[in-house]
Design a protein around this ligand. Structure first.
Ligand SMILES: NC(=O)c1ccc[n+]([C@@H]2O[C@H](COP(=O)([O-])OP(=O)(O)OC[C@H]3O[C@@H](n4cnc5c(N)ncnc54)[C@H](O)[C@@H]3O)[C@@H](O)[C@H]2O)c1
Length: 307
């Protein structure tokens, strides 16, 4: 009865409640947040109309910190930029030129929290661009305390025989090469207490067969995280990873077929919201995680994985 009342207060039944876990749709890459709309994976388990931001209680955990957030225009990256701003950090977000309109919305959401959000639209597959991003961060933020390697791409292919060499190389250059370059160029500017946080995926642990190239890059990211953590410990720089499960973002309708979208859920009976992933990025960037490095957090709706 209580549930009925809450549901009623949140308006008419959405497609989610009628049986689909997500409202199935197909978009071009890179997906845009504004085309995705603002759906809620369920309206019984999420506390607010505002994807969780309203209930988040900030406590100045990142006061005065300066962050680079790749792919900060939409999805998980946008949520990280907003929560970081709520915690007192300014940021430089990166995105692809086609995503300008989404990036403007992120800037507005960050500014509403009283923080600066700088922008740079560049393709991360080029190492020169990764260098430019670090230069821009130093110029506009005056330094870097947090590097969030969040940008990523995927494309579904059922069988290795149909997975082209071009796709394999493109996924690796987007998802892992860029992380190496950005980390390499950022590290000389990081100080004791700084952090690097990489966005991996549940797929690195479950070995998703129709995302072989993507899954491989995310596994590489976990190992990169561990190796770099062991290497940089002596400098007081912590390196960790976040491994989301299904999250309703523009990447999904831009890359997943109808059947995959129909099964896009978790043991909690719903996909996650970007803000539910971004809280892990806040924790790993803040002093609260000062004894944690080389590790992975698993906001995945309850799938138990090893690692
Ligand atoms: N959505 C999920 O279910 C899910 C699950 C596990 C992991 N992830 C990871 O989360 C991260 C963020 O994805 P999202 O789901 O928020 O989707 P998203 O589409 O909102 O964000 C992906 C971003 O990556 C950036 N990007 C992609 N290719 C790029 C390139 N060549 N150069 C520069 N930028 C590029 C784009 O700016 C884009 O905004 C990705 O690494 C993704 O693999 C997502």
């Amino acid at each position: 009865m209580q549930q009925e009342t809450e549901r009623g207060a949140q308006g008419p039944q959405s497609q989610f409640e009628k049986g689909h876990r997500v409202p199935i749709q197909h978009h071009k890459q890179p997906g845009l947040q504004k085309e995705l709309g603002d759906p809620k994976p369920t309206n019984t388990q999420l506390p607010t109309e505002d994807n969780g931001y309203q209930t988040y209680k900030a406590a100045g955990k990142l006061k005065g910190k300066r962050a680079i957030i790749t792919g900060g225009d939409s999805g998980i990256g946008r949520a990280i930029a907003i929560l970081y701003a709520m915690e007192g950090a300014s940021s430089l977000i990166t995105y692809l030129p086609e995503e300008e309109s989404d990036a403007k919305t992120t800037v507005q959401r960050v500014e509403e929290q009283g923080q600066k959000c700088h922008t740079i639209a560049l393709d991360l597959r080029k190492k020169e661009n990764c260098k430019k991003i670090v230069e821009k961060a130093l110029e506009c933020l005056g330094g870097i305390d947090i590097l969030v390697n969040n940008a990523g791409t995927q494309n579904m292919i059922e069988d290795i025989k149909d997975l082209t060499e071009d796709q394999w190389e493109n996924t690796f250059s987007t998802n892992i090469d860029s992380v190496f370059y950005l980390s390499k160029y950022t590290l000389p500017h990081l100080k004791n207490g700084s952090t690097i946080i990489n966005c991996a995926s549940i797929n690195a642990y479950i070995g998703r067969p129709d995302l072989l190239d993507y899954t491989s890059t995310k596994g590489a990211l976990i190992s990169f995280t561990r190796g770099l953590s062991n290497q940089q410990m002596k400098n007081g720089i912590r390196v960790n990873a976040v491994c989301p499960g299904p999250v309703w973002t523009p990447l999904i309708p831009a890359t997943m077929n109808t059947s995959a979208q129909e099964q896009f859920t978790s043991p909690m009976g719903r996909p996650g919201q970007p803000s539910e992933i971004a809280t892990c990025f806040v924790f790993l960037a803040s002093q609260d995680s000062s004894f944690i490095s080389g590790q992975s957090l698993h906001p995945n709706g309850g799938v138990v994985v090893n690692g």
